[in-house]
Design a binder for this molecule. Structure first.
Ligand SMILES: Cc1cc2nc3c(=O)[nH]c(=O)nc-3n(C[C@H](O)[C@H](O)[C@H](O)COP(=O)(O)OP(=O)(O)OC[C@H]3O[C@@H](n4cnc5c(N)ncnc54)[C@H](O)[C@@H]3O)c2cc1C
Length: 395
C-alpha cells in the first residue's frame, strides 16, 4: 500500500494551507473557544467560520460543484480534515447537515430536493437536526413509534423524539417516522424533511451533567408535512436510516478528536509532576503515551482503509463502526489517564482557581464518554463489526 499523496493532492494541501493562513480568524483561540465561551458564543463563532469557509469554497469539499461543493476527491476531503485539525479551526455550525442530512439527500433525494437543500446546508443558512432516537427506540431504531398518517398530499405526524442535538437551533429535521404500524418493524417506515417552524412542534432542552444543553426532546402534535418532503420511497425509511447511520458513524470516526486529545495529553505530561519529576520522565507514563500514539496511528490507517471502499463509489459500509468504536474508546482511556495523573485535581470543574489547565480534563472526560454513545453505543458497534464485518453468527 502506498501512503504517499500524489502531486495533485499535495497541491490541494498547499492551496488550502495558503487560504487558511489568510482566512483563519486571527484572534481565534481554540482553548478559549472550548473552555470559556458559552454555547451561544460558540455557535456564533462556528456560524461565522462556516460562512467564511463557504465563501472561500472550502466547505463540503467533496460534494459535487453543482450543489455548491468543490468536487474534490475523498482523499482531498481527508487532507481537508487533517489541515483543519492541524490549525485547530472551529468546527462548522451545521455539523449534522454536513455529516448526515446532506449526504443522505445526495444519495436518496430527488433532484429538486438536492437543489433546494444542499447549497443552504453548505452555506450554514439552514441548520439541520436528526430525529432518530425515541424514548423506546435508541439502539433498536426499528422500534420507533412516531406515527405519520397520510391525509391527502400531507403526512400528519404525532410522537416524540429524544436526544435531538441542535433541535433548538435547527430550521430542518431529518425525521424518521412509522407510516404503517401493521407492517413488520423494518418496513412501513419513512424519512421526512420537516421544517421545524411547522405548527405543532415543541422543542424542550435537556440539560446535561456538564451544564450544557445541546440536545433536546422534540414533540410532534398533528404536524403536517408535505409528501414532497419524503426522502426515498414511502416504505424505504429503513434503507434511508441505514445509509444515515453509516454516514454518521464513518463521519464521527473521521472527525473524532483523537489526535487533538493526544497532543493535549502530551502537553499535560510535560507540565505535571509525578513523584517529584515531570510526568514525561516516568517510564510507565512514557510507555502509556507511546501506546496511545500507536493507537492514534492505527486509527488513521483504518480511516485510509475505509476510504478505499468509498473511492470505489460505495457509500460507507459497516467498517465505519471500527473507526467510531476505536476512536471513541481511545478518547475515554486518554481522558481517564489524564484524570489519573491529576489525582484529586482532575475532578475540579471548569474555571476552579486550583484546577490544572482551567479544569478542562474533567470536561474532556465527560465529553469523551458521550461519544461512545452518540451514533450508536460501543456495544452496538461491536455487534455490527462481529456480525457484518467479520461474519460471526448473531449473539
Ligand atoms: C452526545 C449525543 C448526541 C446525540 N444526538 C442525537 C441526535 O441528534 N439525534 C438522535 O436521534 N439521537 C441522538 N443521540 C442518541 C443516541 O443515538 C442514543 O443514545 C444511542 O443510540 C443509544 O440509545 P439509547 O440511549 O436509547 O440506549 P439503549 O438503546 O436503551 O441502550 C442502553 C444500553 O443497552 C446496551 N444495548 C442495547 N442494545 C444492545 C444490544 N443489541 N447488544 C448489546 N448491548 C445493547 C447499550 O449499549 C447501552 O449500554 C445522541 C446521543 C448522545 C450521547
Amino acid at each position: 500500500m502506498d501512503f504517499h499523496f500524489t502531486p495533485q493532492e499535495e497541491a490541494f494541501r498547499h492551496e488550502l494551507r495558503t487560504w487558511l493562513e489568510a482566512n483563519r480568524p486571527a484572534d481565534y483561540d481554540p482553548e478559549k473557544f472550548a473552555w470559556e465561551m458559552d454555547a451561544d458564543e460558540r455557535f456564533r463563532c462556528q456560524l461565522e467560520w462556516q460562512k467564511r469557509l463557504y465563501e472561500g469554497g472550502w466547505i463540503g469539499v467533496h460534494w459535487p460543484r453543482e450543489y455548491g461543493g468543490r468536487g474534490a476527491t475523498l482523499i482531498e476531503q481527508l487532507i481537508f480534515h487533517e489541515e483543519m485539525e492541524r490549525v485547530q479551526a472551529p468546527p462548522p455550525a451545521n455539523v449534522l447537515g454536513l455529516l448526515m442530512a446532506g449526504p443522505v439527500i445526495m444519495h436518496w433525494g430527488t433532484e429538486e430536493q438536492k437543489k433546494r437543500y444542499l447549497p443552504r446546508i453548505l452555506s450554514g443558512e439552514e441548520i439541520w437536526c436528526e430525529g432518530l432516537s425515541e424514548p423506546g427506540a435508541g439502539s433498536d431504531l426499528a422500534s420507533l413509534q412516531t406515527r405519520a398518517a397520510e391525509d391527502g398530499d400531507v403526512f400528519v405526524v404525532n410522537g416524540q423524539k429524544v436526544w435531538t442535538s441542535w433541535a433548538h437551533r435547527a430550521q430542518f429535521c431529518q425525521l424518521f417516522v412509522r407510516t404503517n404500524p401493521e407492517a413488520p418493524k423494518h418496513q412501513g417506515m419513512a424519512c421526512l424533511i420537516v421544517d421545524m417552524r411547522t405548527p405543532g412542534i415543541t422543542v424542550r432542552p435537556l440539560v446535561q451533567i456538564s451544564g450544557d444543553a445541546e440536545f433536546n426532546e422534540v414533540f410532534f402534535e398533528n404536524v403536517r408535512v408535505p409528501k414532497a418532503n419524503l426522502i426515498g420511497g414511502k416504505d424505504q425509511g429503513w434503507q434511508v436510516l441505514v445509509t444515515t447511520l453509516m454516514f454518521e458513524r464513518s463521519g464521527i470516526g473521521l472527525d473524532l478528536p483523537v489526535d487533538s486529545t493526544f497532543h493535549q495529553l502530551c502537553t499535560l505530561v510535560r507540565r505535571v509532576q509525578l513523584n517529584g519529576v515531570p510526568a514525561n520522565q516516568d517510564a510507565m507514563v512514557r510507555q502509556q503515551i507511546a501506546q496511545f500514539a500507536i493507537e492514534c496511528k492505527a486509527i488513521r490507517y483504518n480511516v485510509l482503509r475505509h476510504l478505499t471502499r468509498r473511492l470505489k463509489g460505495n457509500p460507507p459500509g459497516p467498517e465505519g463502526s471500527i473507526g467510531k468504536l476505536a476512536g471513541s474508546e481511545l478518547g475515554v482511556r486518554m481522558a481517564a489517564f489524564a484524570s489519573q495523573l491529576l489525582g484529586p485535581y482532575g475532578s475540579l470543574a471548569l474555571g476552579e482557581p486550583r484546577a490544572v489547565e482551567r479544569g478542562k480534563w474533567a470536561r474532556i472526560a465527560l465529553g469523551a464518554r458521550s461519544l461512545t454513545i452518540a451514533g450508536g453505543t460501543s456495544e452496538v458497534q461491536r455487534n455490527i463489526i462481529g456480525e457484518r464485518v467479520l461474519g460471526l453468527p448473531k449473539g
